[in-house]
Design a binder for this molecule. Structure first.
Ligand SMILES: [Zn+2]
Length: 157
């Protein structure tokens, strides 16, 4: 688990945004969310970067918690340098149209990652991301991790 003092240094970057917590406890709540949700300082920094780039107000703990789930812990997923799209998945380069046999034997149209180099890289990223989300969900289900020792949360601001 990452030391709260280290997390606090990063969390104070929110200080330039609107409606910062008015009590040390308010700041501590934000630190605790990051401590529970992130395994590495790198992940914490990227979560905070993402918020600061997009928002004007300091996040509420619940918002920060959601963002931790949205920002991948593995930076290679976000910083993919992809080959150009091919004819089949272009111009967006995200999906290609495929026909699959549905459960009742009837062909259904679906979108799938392309078979070109770009599509294969995206498919790998999809799999990594799915695994990450699965592990995060498992962690949340572990007994004990849901135990809260602090009282009901008070919204500040
Ligand atoms: Zn393609």
């Amino acid at each position: 688990m990452i030391d709260l003092a280290r997390i606090r240094k990063q969390v104070l970057r929110f200080g330039g945004l609107n409606f910062p917590p008015t009590t040390p406890e308010g700041w501590l709540e934000l630190c605790k969310v990051l401590q529970r949700r992130c395994q590495t300082m790198d992940h914490i920094e990227r979560v905070i970067d993402r918020w600061i780039e997009n928002e004007e107000d300091v996040p509420k703990p619940v918002q920060l918690s959601r963002l931790c789930a949205d920002v991948p812990a593995d930076p290679t997923i976000e910083n993919l340098i992809l080959p150009p799209a091919c004819d089949e998945c272009g111009p967006e380069g995200l999906w290609r149209f495929v026909e699959r046999i549905g459960p009742d034997g009837v062909p259904v149209s679906a979108y799938a990652r392309c078979l070109c180099a770009r599509g294969r890289q995206l498919a790998v990223a999809d799999a990594k991301r799915a695994l990450e989300l699965e592990e995060a969900a498992k962690k949340r289900k572990q007994p004990g991790s849901l135990t809260r020792i602090d009282g009901p949360r008070k919204e500040i601001g």
